[in-house]
Design a protein around this ligand. Structure first.
Ligand code: AMP
Ligand code: ZN
Length: 139
């Protein structure tokens, strides 16, 4: 694992997160700076800094979880649309160097650009959505 990696610490439970789904190989949790309500992240438990250095099996497991969680987000947030985003390198605005996929519910006319600024979300609202999405994940 990456010693100073914040997502490894979330995987290990050393720092808290609003968990939505967890299995042997992957974890999904809410983004604490949601660009829209329901914005969440899916990571492989094994540390890899980016797509290029990921193991294909970890990536496959991660995508299976992305699908599962995206379906739950779709059901709960009922967004106008839903984007996936995955950044590689500072030049792509990657700020956490542990491979992750953003699941981003879209609002009608939300005018979201690819590299949005981070703004802290309301923790109670994030927690409430986390509980609903968690309950909507199907195995
Ligand atoms: P990226 O720019 O693709 O590297 O995105 C990193 C994302 O991680 C940002 O959307 C942050 O809001 C999010 N993030 C950073 N720290 C945490 C944390 N402790 N818990 C949840 N999300 C986080
Ligand atoms: Zn890591």
């Amino acid at each position: 694992m990456g010693n100073d990696c914040i997502f490894c610490k979330i995987v290990e439970g050393v720092i808290p997160s609003f968990k939505i789904y967890e299995d042997e190989n992957t974890l999904a949790f809410m983004d604490i700076n949601p660009v829209n309500p329901g914005h969440c992240l899916v990571v492989p438990k094994n540390h890899a800094p980016n797509l290029f250095e990921s193991e294909p099996e970890d990536l496959a497991n991660t995508m299976a979880t992305v699908r599962k969680v995206a379906r739950a987000v779709q059901q709960v947030a009922k967004p106008y649309g839903l984007n996936l985003l995955q950044a590689n390198g500072a030049g792509a605005a990657q700020s956490v160097f542990h491979l992750h996929f953003h699941i981003i519910p879209r609002g009608r006319d939300d005018d979201l650009r690819m590299n949005w600024g981070l703004k802290s979300g309301n923790k109670d609202e994030i927690a409430a959505l986390a509980a609903k999405i968690k309950a909507a994940v199907e195995d």
